[in-house]
Design a protein around this ligand. Structure first.
Ligand code: NCD
Length: 332
């Protein structure tokens, strides 16, 4: 296996390099740089949306007149569908754009394609792309629409970060201070980890990361987390654990041992879960490779909050769409 030093730090981690600062509420580009108040306000708003969703309330009209363009230029199941459900339940006109059947495959640039949607009257662009910085690039160059980052390469996935925060806020009885989350696995390629670390450290929680040296950014501590040498060290006494998927689509070859070897050394299994505080929950952003990063018995156990994360995702996306739409209306 290559040594850690053989890995070119796959994502430069310096503060804010991919985000225009979160000063323009039309956009949601990253969690890094968001204030504590802003985060708590979004969590509160998402919790209110969740009440309505849980109660099975009728569709609403908060986003009436708003066209939401869902541009997922990279595979997605839960993020795309939950944005679509959230947009429709709030009365928006949600349009899904399929990159493979579009002029992108004929060489048109992403920015030109998005300008097209702007000209057609799209108000909010929800964008997922394999290149870090895509959402900020679009926000900088488009005049009017709000841009919501649904995952940009190895940079951030802010709505996933918010849903993770909401899930942990519930599990931790509303208190982040003094809590510690262990994040296990492929940190280097994970936009989910970056958003979670940014949000949790802003709210006063601690994060310990652990994973193969080949999948650990060299300057990971600059994100504000600590690094453990073993999964056992990371999980002992933790208040929650988040296992990450091995993002093979972003890896150069040779970064990893076999799946079985990975499960043995890095997998979140029952024995390791028992090292955490009693009742400390297990999170995973999905999609889960059962038997690799997560033992199936753990994924299906009462301590697994994977489906709660998914449900919270719809509520968070309702809150984010509303906030961006209101800011856009106020700006015009
Ligand atoms: C994640 C993503 O795409 O960044 N999934 C998600 O949105 N819930 C994580 C992953 O793909 O492993």
């Amino acid at each position: 296996m290559p040594t850690a030093s053989a890995v070119q730090n796959p994502t430069p981690l310096g503060a804010g390099i991919f985000s225009t600062r979160n000063t323009d509420d039309r956009h949601l580009l990253a969690i890094e740089g968001m204030s504590r108040d802003h985060l708590l306000e979004l969590l509160e708003s998402a919790a209110r949306e969740r009440e309505w969703l849980r109660a099975g309330g009728p569709d609403r009209t908060d986003l009436a007149g708003c066209t939401v363009l869902l541009a997922f230029i990279e595979d997605s199941t839960r993020t795309r569908v939950s944005f679509e459900i959230a947009a429709r339940r709030l009365g928006a006109n949600a349009v899904a754009f399929s990159a493979s059947a579009s002029s992108l495959s004929k060489g048109e640039t992403l920015l030109d394609t998005m300008r097209l949607f702007e000209a057609m009257g799209a108000h909010l662009l929800v964008v997922r792309h394999a290149v870090s910085g895509t959402a900020a690039h679009l926000a900088r160059h488009l005049a009017r629409p709000g841009v919501i980052n649904a995952g940009d390469g190895m940079h951030e996935h802010p709505t996933q970060g918010l849903l993770d925060l909401l899930t942990l806020q519930d599990a931790w009885g509303g208190r982040f201070e003094g809590r510690r989350l262990a994040i296990i696995g492929d940190i280097a390629h994970s936009r989910v980890a970056r958003s979670a670390i940014a949000g949790l450290t802003t709210l006063g929680a601690e994060v310990t990361v652990c994973g193969p040296g080949t999948l650990m950014p060299l300057d990971v501590e600059s994100l504000g987390c600590s690094v453990a040498d073993s999964v056992e060290d990371a999980m002992s006494g933790a208040d929650a654990v988040m296992a990450l998927r091995l993002q093979r689509e972003r890896m150069e070859k040779g970064l990893l041992p076999s799946g079985a070897e990975y499960a043995r050394v890095w997998g979140v299994n029952r024995k390791r879960v028992a090292l955490m505080k009693p009742e400390a929950p297990v999170l995973h952003p999905g999609p889960v490779n059962r038997g690799t990063e997560l033992e199936p018995e753990v994924a299906d156990s009462a301590r697994s909050l994977i489906l709660a994360q998914v449900a919270n995702g719809v509520a968070v996306r309702c809150a984010v769409l509303k906030r961006c739409w209101h800011a856009l209306q106020a700006a015009s």
